[in-house]
Design a protein around this ligand. Structure first.
Ligand SMILES: Nc1ncnc2c1ncn2[C@@H]1O[C@H](COP(=O)(O)OP(=O)(O)OP(=O)(O)O)[C@@H](O)[C@H]1O
Length: 609
């Protein structure tokens, strides 16, 4: 339990401070709740026999002090109970409101914290992670944390206070009831103890099945073209049925278990109540007025137990089940948060030279937001990179200089390190040896500023299901889009004709992942996007897919028209696009083995594509 609370508090982070106020509110409302219900039994007993007022020292003193008739005194006592009840109800309403708000806000905060950490985690972290898992953490697990763990913990705390106070009251007033309560609760606690591992297992299985379902849906719909052509719909359907059956089985077991306490407690309470009355009647043949009062008092206390104590016990036990069920999620969230919040620093620096680590840490501490200037050249100085857990370097001693306004291209067979080199240039991967300098300043002295200079146009552009203009001016609110810049970018990216042919022009929604556009058009949207955002340096990973001659020449034209204005770094998969480049670098096994003009390198008869 101690470990559970430590993890819970870690995840709760800043909101821990609210728990103190919540605890105070709990103590207040639960005490009022318990007292207001606890005094109903004695009040009923006094109503049946008002003379008992004079037998109680406190009540007798009040009765004498106010100088009222017994019935009037009883009426005022009733009024007092009503006031306590109303006050308790108002406070209880607001406390519950506060609990719900805190819990559900926690979901939003936690999702935010996770997304922030995932987005800031180094690129290498994402190379090894499954996106379905990440989505599941952010969407479902945060919900289970707020609903199944946090709410359960708060409910458990508030109901435990009620149980303790009511039990004390019952102990004072009636021993039979307390025996009934103990007899009813013990089997439930024993059940909970023996099932604790199974409940945790159910929680784990439900989470995994849920995650697998997201993954299956993701895979089948994400590759819908392949799914349809290969005809593997039944495979995905069967996989989904398998996981949903697991989910249904464990969830139904869990739900059944969670209603068991109510059934068991109800059964035992009734058994003890009827048993007590039957035994009482069997052993007391001559029922006197006093006996009737005893039985009435026991019944009213039983009523109290079933009105407030039973629900409190049921909610407390249900919360305990929910907490146990959430153990797997709590562990996962705790480990994940710890991992990603710490990895950010550790992994970023893992493969970096000591010199660059110092530059980065200096930058982290004074995070200056000044612009990085690029007026002369970019120098890649002896870059060496190795992927985590790889046995050999993906890049070996890469040294080149790129002057401002130059276009250069990397060519080479598949797997020779072109993408890796571009990822290093983009600052996504950090070399364990070497440096990248812009006008003699290391990019590691402020990676963010360096990235602000660079526009990246990947093979497959990420397009959102929005209008074409929003996709070009990506991340800019619609009313702030600069029309002039937008039209210039569209023109330079050779997209004017495409826009003219779209039904709503720039206002046409391009569909999920730009499904309404062709591959070549999408890549030109990517070029327009980089141009709109006025990036000095454009890094273009040319599409590997075969493009028709016209599209290819449009892309080539778009790239060519930018030469001289922008510094371009191109990963080329076909030679036509790089004809105009100032320098071409041929790569093999992570090294640059040849460089020179198009004629020098291409006519050297290397078969690299
Ligand atoms: N995430 C990774 N983890 C480990 N090794 C990797 C990873 N990504 C790439 N590699 C390895 O690094 C080497 C260079 O890969 P890279 O993707 O840079 O080649 P490429 O020239 O861009 O290939 P292509 O033209 O097919 O895209 C390859 O041997 C590849 O197997």
């Amino acid at each position: 339990m101690k470990k559970y609370i430590i993890k819970f508090l870690y995840i709760l982070s800043d909101d821990r401070k609210y728990l103190f106020f919540l605890a105070l509110a709990f103590i207040l409302t639960s005490s009022m709740d318990a007292i207001s219900i606890g005094i109903i039994g004695p009040f009923v007993s006094l109503a049946i026999n008002p003379n008992k007022i004079t037998q109680n020292t406190g009540l007798n003193w009040a009765y004498q002090y106010f100088n009222l008739s017994l019935n009037q005194f009883l009426a005022y006592l009733g009024l007092l109970i009503i006031i306590i009840f109303c006050l308790k109800s108002v406070i209880s309403f607001f406390t519950q409101f506060y609990i719900f708000r805190l819990s559900y806000r926690q979901k939003g905060k936690l999702a935010n914290r996770l997304l922030k950490a995932y987005l800031r985690a180094p690129y290498t972290f994402h190379l090894t992670k499954n996106s379905a898992q990440i989505i599941n953490h952010i969407v479902s697990e945060t919900h289970i944390f707020s609903n199944g763990i946090m709410l359960a913990m708060l409910n458990l705390a508030s109901n435990c206070i009620i149980i303790i106070i009511l039990t004390i009251l019952l102990c004072i007033t009636n021993l039979v009831t307390i025996i009934a309560v103990v007899v009813s609760v013990c089997p439930v606690l024993i059940l909970l103890y023996f099932f604790k591992h199974r409940i945790k297992n159910w929680g784990e299985k439900a989470t995994k099945a849920n995650q697998a379902m997201v993954e299956i849906i993701n895979h089948s719909l994400g590759g819908i073209k392949e799914t349809k052509i290969i005809g593997c719909e039944p495979y995905f359907e069967q996989q989904l049925v398998k996981q949903s059956t697991i989910f249904a089985n464990v969830s139904s077991s869990l739900q059944t278990f969670s209603i068991t306490p109510r059934i068991v407690i109800e059964m035992f309470l009734i058994v003890v109540l009827i048993g007590f009355i039957s035994l009482y009647l069997a052993f007391n043949q001559n029922i006197q007025n006093q006996n009737v009062q005893d039985i009435t008092s026991v019944i009213s206390i039983f009523a109290l137990a079933s009105v407030r104590l039973k629900p409190a016990i049921v909610i407390a036990v249900k919360s305990m089940t929910s907490l146990r069920n959430g153990t797997y999620i709590l562990d996962k969230l705790y480990l994940d948060l710890k991992e990603i919040e710490n990895i950010e620093i550790a992994d970023n620096y893992k493969y970096l030279s000591q010199e660059n680590i110092e530059k980065l840490s200096k930058n982290d501490s004074n995070s200056v937001n000044k612009m990085m200037l690029f007026t002369d050249q970019i120098v890649l100085d002896s870059l060496n990179y190795r992927y985590p857990n790889a046995v050999q370097d993906a890049l070996k001693d890469i040294s080149i200089a790129i002057s401002k306004g130059e276009s250069i291209a990397f060519i080479g067979k598949s797997g020779t390190g072109k993408t890796t080199l571009v990822d290093v240039i983009l600052g996504l991967l950090q070399p364990y040896k070497g440096d990248i300098q812009v006008d003699n300043n290391s990019i590691y002295s402020n990676l963010r500023n360096w990235q602000n200079l660079v526009g990246y146009i990947p093979q497959s552009i990420f397009l959102i299901n929005e209008t074409l203009e929003k996709n070009v001016a990506f991340g800019v609110p619609e009313d702030l889009i600069n029309r002039q810049k937008l039209h210039q970018a569209i023109k330079a990216a050779q997209l004017e004709e495409v826009v003219e042919n779209l039904p709503l022009g720039l206002k046409t929604i391009v569909g999920e992942r730009g499904i309404l556009l062709s591959g070549g058009q999408r890549q030109r949207v990517g070029i327009a996007r980089a141009l709109y955002h006025e990036r000095e340096i454009l890094v273009l990973d040319e599409a590997t897919a075969a493009l028709d001659n016209e599209t290819e020449s449009l892309i080539t034209e778009a790239i060519r028209s930018l030469s001289g204005q922008k510094t371009m770094i191109i990963i080329a998969h076909r030679l036509t696009t790089v004809k105009h480049c100032n320098c071409i670098y041929l790569m093999e096994k992570g090294r640059i083995i040849q460089s020179g003009s198009y004629e020098e390198v291409v006519t050297a008869k290397h078969k690299f594509i």
